[in-house]
Design a protein around this ligand. Sequence first.
Ligand code: IPM
Ligand code: MN
Length: 379
Amino acid sequence: MAKESYSIVALPGDGIGPEVLAQALRVLRATGELFNVNFQIEEIPCGGHYYAEHEIEWPEGSFEKCVAADAILLGAVGHEVDGKTVFTKPGKPYPEPQLAGFAQVILNRQKLDLYANVRPVKLYPGVKHKIHGELKQVWEPGKVDYVVIRENTEDAYTGETVEIAGGRMTPIKITRAATERVVRYAFNLARRRNKQKKVTCVEKSNIVGAHRFFREVFREIGQREFPDITLDYAYVDAFCQWQIRNPEWYDVVVAPNLAGDIISDNGATTAGGLGLAVGGNIGDEHAMFEPIHGSAPKHAGKDKANPLAAILSMQMMLDWLGTRHQDERLLRAAEKVETAVEELLKEGKTLTYDLIGEEKASRCSEVGAAVEMKLRTLA
Ligand code: IPM
Ligand code: MN
């Protein structure tokens, strides 16, 4: 059922996170006004810069606020001081130092059970791929349009590392329960997309025993529950070159956590780069949306970074909320925000440096304003 009001926790984080998130929030606020939806937005400071100052990841009670929210929007985490990344001190919940901002990204993913990290790789009309050098091929829009579903709670991301003779060892954990639900998510998505009806399983099962188990569970669930979907397989190393050479082959791709992390950045190369790459961390009860580009400290504070990934993550959030609460207003809003971004890309004028070069570039805030203006004409 549609809700009276939707509570959104916004986590700006570090580096360019706050700048790009501010633009996503500006478009979100306009959406509320134009589609008559009430959003209660609470911004919570967090990330490495917060840790550097307070020695905690975020204010007390922040996680509980994430639990209570209808959805979470994240900017980026990862802070540097004198060129060095800020890590937390050894201690709970992890014995080892971790990137400060870990709580917002990894603990939220794990504790809120956001088991599917949904990362579309889609080339919009007017956008060029980001391969430099002599390669002349330019993909046509429509030919790069697949979704990476990254398992989001285990694999090499358990935070455990043990001392062993001569070094350290980090385990790779793959459980049946986590694999079943993420591959089901992928198969169901291939059905809903109704395009090639194909799911490619990407891992390193020729070497990693735990990945072999991932592949077995994938095959079992696919054959038993999704006879209408084609099962496809690739080892992650080979996949990295196929996804550049032949992106049109793919429809839905499912991968364990670390492989999924790598192939989603790699895939962004064929779809306009990280400035356009978006992700939704989705569970059955909660969800958190984020641009996947990271905090890019060297660009921070310059009003220069591309806000479109953050805006499109917010768009994914509208779509997720609209579907979950059967709220037509949100579904329509999601569609219009995507159209607004598509039109801006097609016109090719008001865009950041990564898409049209330094000389013609608009500022981050100008691009946000342009999306808002377009949305107002479309609503
Ligand atoms: C991502 C990021 C994170 C990850 C980092 C910031 C911990 O690279 O969301 O892809 O490895 O998952
Ligand atoms: Mn990543």
